[in-house]
Design a protein around this ligand. Structure first.
Ligand code: PEP
Ligand code: MG
Length: 605
């Protein structure tokens, strides 16, 4: 294997050498296969058309080609709508209505044809000029919803142009066969659309371990690497590649021996996974008898089987925001109720924590009308947005409370930053409860209500917040980001994203301490809960539940069963007293090396 090194040089398109790239491991697993390169948005096509001249004889053929491209685009949109409709079942796929309006707009089409005829310019130039005028006009309207439609217009325009040029468009939801997806960026909604039967793995230039695309990849069990700098320009569609999602390594054009090496690695890893699967019935208990609940993080009710399969003690985080993505209308109460009821029933009496809507930041919903913010992660996200649009939250609360009749559902609020927000949320909840009572609707009247601690201000007033709720769940993905002022999605500051930074540990400790004094329990549902290196410190600090991707549960159970709470508490004390994040982590790793090396080194097998 050759390292790509610092001096990359221009890409050599003739000799296919083996090249090794390093990124951030985002989702475990190994994939060997053919690359599908997702080019940057075709939207740029509209801007980039060059104006040439044509002869009068070329007018007719130009117009015919243009009309054919529009017809083909209309067919594509129809097909896309049918596919999305069937994959989302009851969801309305009217996200595409705006697209149809454009391909069926006679005035627009006439304007393009008339430009070709009168100005003697090719159809692509005439079309691009007309569309740029439209897009500029829409972008200037004050209504943010209408303004956002400019993105739809741009999408369709790019689609028409790529059909006119005969370009192949990437279809993430319908891959031509098993492929490794390579892109500069995949948004969470792109990732949610991925054709699961054919996507072998993905690697992107942007992102970090806790970006939502990475979290989704883990939940979909797709190996993934993010934060691969200067990567895309060195890759061609159809190249062969190995993705090692454990170590964050991509190998372009692997040699035969490298492929063999990875096949052996894959076998060894599969062996450990199978061994761990046989341990699902064993208690998750330390050697000195302390029980730690191992719960699952779930993004989609279709993956509930995994929760059972890997032996989770419940669902510690059901991220409901994915119900609101890739669609034009909001899910109504009935639709949500059906999903939450499915969760409650599938869990068979085990608890499931349903988190209320956490949209905003990098997770956007067309149905809610996107809006531009300078700092989306500090903006109108999660409960802030819900408190601005209380009807959306009330609908969700009704659905969750009603589903509680079918199992042990708990409700949890994300991103609370102050007491005032919590008070408002609890007041809304009271209103919903009395509406349900007044209409004789069945609901769980004693449902546990919890709070995510993911903003430092919440950790600092945990003692006050704890008096009003039944549990806390620490969202370390955000807590680390907000404590250290490090964007969780930005690969350039990923080295500063340190969950064992003493400041973060201090906030976790304060949260647990406040909870204990108020008689409530604390879980962790951020990504560190499933990462062996952090687990001894977390349980030593007093965390009672760890919620993670189902795939990690086996490893963490093996770990818990091989450590003692006595040692974990000493480690937590050392970590709190450490000067640096590295020092704290080193103590934990040294300990794990003695107790469960196979779990610590699972990535290097
Ligand atoms: C977290 O912030 O740790 C968390 C679990 O929430 P999310 O990753 O969905 O923001
Ligand atoms: Mg969060």
């Amino acid at each position: 294997m050759k390292n790509s090194g610092a001096k990359a040089g221009p890409p050599d398109k003739t000799v296919k050498r083996e090249i090794l790239f390093h990124g951030i491991p985002a989702s475990p697993g190994i994939a060997i296969g053919t690359v599908m390169l997702i080019a940057d948005s075709h939207r740029d096509l509209v801007r980039d058309v060059k104006t040439a001249r044509i002869t009068p004889e070329q007018v007719e053929p130009e117009i015919t080609l243009f009309r054919q491209a529009v017809d083909r685009t209309r067919e594509e949109i129809k097909e896309l709508r049918t596919r999305v409709q069937s994959s989302l079942e009851s969801h309305e796929a009217n996200i595409f209505d705006a697209h149809f309006l454009i391909v069926d707009d006679k005035m627009l089409m006439n304007e393009v044809c008339s430009s070709v005829t009168k100005k003697l310019i090719p159809a692509d130039a005439a079309f691009s000029q007309t569309m740029q005028k439209y897009i500029a006009a829409i972008s200037a309207v004050p209504d943010p919803y209408l303004r956002e439609r400019a993105a739809d217009v741009q999408d369709v325009a790019a689609r028409i142009l790529s059909n006119l040029y005969g370009l192949e468009r990437p279809k993430l939801d319908h891959l031509p066969g098993p492929r490794i997806i390579i892109a500069r960026d995949l948004t969470p909604s792109d990732t949610a659309l991925l054709d699961r039967s054919n996507v072998l793995a993905f690697a992107t230039e942007s992102g970090s371990k806790t970006s939502h695309s990475a979290i989704l990849a883990r939940s979909m069990r797709i190996p993934a690497i993010v934060g691969m700098s200067h990567f895309v320009e060195r890759i061609e569609d159809g190249d062969r590649m190995i993705i090692d999602g454990f170590l964050g390594i991509a190998i372009l054009n692997p040699e035969k021996q490298t492929v063999e090496l990875y096949e052996q690695k894959e076998n060894r890893k599969a062996k450990l996974y199978n061994e761990l699967l046989r341990e699902t019935q064993l208690q998750s208990e330390t050697t000195d008898g302390y029980r730690i609940h191992l719960a699952a993080n779930v993004e989609n009710a279709d993956t509930l089987e995994d929760v059972k399969k890997y032996g989770a003690s419940g669902i510690g985080l059901f991220r409901t925001e994915y119900l609101y993505m890739n669609r034009a209308t909001l899910p109504d109460e009935e639709e949500q109720f059906e999903v939450y009821r499915k969760v409650a029933t599938a869990m068979d009496g085990q608890p499931a924590i349903i988190r209320t809507l956490d949209i905003g930041g990098d997770k956007l919903s067309e149905a809610l009308g996107s809006y531009h913010e300078q700092n989306p992660f500090l903006g109108l996200r999660a409960v802030r947005l819900c408190l601005e649009k209380p009807e959306i939250l009330k609908t969700q609360m009704r659905a969750i409370l009603r589903a509680g009749v079918f199992g042990k559902i708990r409700m949890m609020f994300p991103m609370v930053s102050c007491m005032d927000e919590l008070n408002k949320l609890l007041k809304l909840l009271e209103e919903v409860r009395s509406d349900l009572k007044n209409t004789n609707t069945k609901f769980d009247g004693s449902m546990d209500i919890g709070l995510m601690i993911e903003i430092p201000s919440a950790a600092l007033i945990a003692d006050k917040l704890a008096k009003k709720v039944d549990f806390f769940s620490i969202g370390t993905n955000d807590l680390v980001q907000y404590t250290l002022a490090v964007d969780r999605n930005n690969e350039r500051v990923a080295h500063l994203y340190a969950p064992t930074n003493p400041a973060v540990l201090e906030l976790i400790w304060r949260t647990v301490d406040a909870a204990e004094r108020n008689g409530i329990w604390v879980g962790v549902c951020g990504e560190v809960a499933g990462d062996p290196r952090y687990v001894p410190i977390l349980i030593g600090l007093g965390v009672k539940e760890l919620s993670m991707s189902p795939l990690s549960i086996g490893h963490i159970r093996r770990l818990i069963r091989n450590v003692s709470m006595y040692d974990a508490e000493r480690l937590a004390e050392q970590a709190l007293a450490a000067e640096t994040a590295e020092e704290a982590l080193a103590c934990s790793m040294e300990y794990l090396q003695k107790k469960v090396p196979e779990v610590l080194h699972q990535h290097e097998l």
